[in-house]
Design a binder for this molecule. Structure first.
Ligand code: KG4
Ligand code: ZN
Length: 357
């Protein structure tokens, strides 16, 4: 079964082919450099860039793999949550392609696709606890199966990635700041600055990161006037020790906060022995290492995709589409794109499960 995945929920235009559950090939055009000029994603520009790149990327991917539209069994597309204009480009392209080729159309929940991505590299076992940490979302899920996710907790304000990007902006790091902050943190002393572990003294599994960003702003405001570095800072070599300490302490505050609530979720769901970590922030080396330690201490298993499958990509969308199709799921041409903040409808149509690989 050949499944094309289409991803355009934010600022990456991406397509990938998954055949019988294995990633064949993928193409991606990132708009990060363009949005960096504005310090964040400009939705109108993002939609236009998706529209510009989608067709040529599709042609490249199909030509490279000797495929035509007639070879496609499934067209899977990220249908939300995300930026509405950006999602519409992908969903409209997917509908046209499915209609023209006769392939099955499957709308994929972008957040679930992040958590399922690890299945391209290793075995996913259900039930599992899922921690999804991306630029727009921070969610804890009880994952019962590929299309059965129960939300246990979520962020009340900034997502973990936003917490990295917004504080990074205050520190003068180029957008998106997560990857550079990860690198700078490795050379700093996390104990040098006491940042809070926000919103942990309560009973919920929700998160709130906006206060942490305020603490970073207050710390940076208090620095002496002669404490300067180039802005925007694009490489680690230009960073002074105080900035490295700030990145290390800030990163540690986010990582510990995430893992405190993750530990709490595992306490409340003792049958869950696997933690699936996913989303752009799951590429963070400090989070990966400490999540691994947490699961080792608990005698459980950490499942985390390789970093290229953590950030937005179409392989995860194609794979999620393949899993949903295998279970008999599909959509029709009424499939809607759903922007961030609105719940995704439970509108998957069901055929008998497929017996293919
Ligand atoms: O999942 P993703 O690619 O896009 C969304 O769906 O949001 O996540 C992007 C986020 C950005 O906030 C970026 O700063 C963050 O992931 N990120 C990282 C790292 N790499 C990407 N954050 C921390 N450490 C990293 N190494
Ligand atoms: Zn994402």
């Amino acid at each position: 079964m050949l499944c094309l995945g289409i991803e355009s929920s934010c600022d990456e235009t991406a397509l990938a082919l998954v055949k019988d559950g294995r990633l064949l090939d993928a193409v991606l055009a990132s708009q990060a450099d363009m949005h960096a000029l504005f310090g964040g994603v400009v939705p109108e520009l993002a939609s236009r860039e998706h529209y510009r790149y989608m067709g040529p990327l599709y042609d490249t991917l199909m030509a490279r793999n000797g495929c035509t539209a007639a070879d496609l069994d499934v067209v899977a597309v990220s249908r939300g949550p995300g930026l509405l204009g950006s999602l519409l480009v992908g969903v409209a392209f997917a509908k046209g392609l499915a209609l023209a080729s006769g392939a099955r159309l499957v709308g994929v929940n972008h957040l679930h696709a992040h958590l399922l991505a690890a299945g391209l590299e290793q075995e996913l076992v259900f039930p599992a606890l899922g921690l999804l940490v991306s630029g727009g979302h921070t969610h804890l899920y009880r994952m019962e199966g590929p299309d059965a996710f129960v939300t246990l907790g979520r962020t009340l304000d900034d997502a973990a990635g936003e917490a990295f990007d917004k504080a990074g902006k205050l520190m003068g790091l180029a957008y998106p700041a997560g990857r550079l902050m990860d690198e700078l943190a490795a050379g700093g002393n996390a104990a040098a600055i006491a940042f809070p572990r926000p919103y942990v003294h309560n009973e919920t599994l929700d998160f709130s990161f906006s206060g942490l960003k305020t603490a970073a702003a207050a710390f940076l405001d208090g620095l002496p006037a002669d404490c300067r570095w180039p802005r925007p800072l694009r490489s680690a070599e230009e960073a002074p020790p105080i900035l490295r300490d700030c990145c290390a302490a800030y990163t540690q505050a986010i990582v510990e906060t995430l893992l405190i609530k993750t530990g709490r979720a595992l306490d409340r769901h003792p049958d869950l022995k696997t933690l699936v970590l996913a989303g752009g922030v799951a590429a963070n080396s400090h989070l990966r290492r400490q999540a691994e330690e947490l699961m080792r201490r608990r005698g459980g298993r950490l499942v985390v995709p390789s970093p290229r499958l953590c950030t937005d990509n179409a392989g995860m969308v194609a794979y999620a589409g393949w899993l949903l199709t295998r279970a008999g799921g599909r959509h029709d041409l009424t499939l809607e794109a759903v922007p961030r903040g609105r719940p995704l409808p439970d509108d998957l149509l069901h055929d008998p499960p497929r017996q293919t690989a």
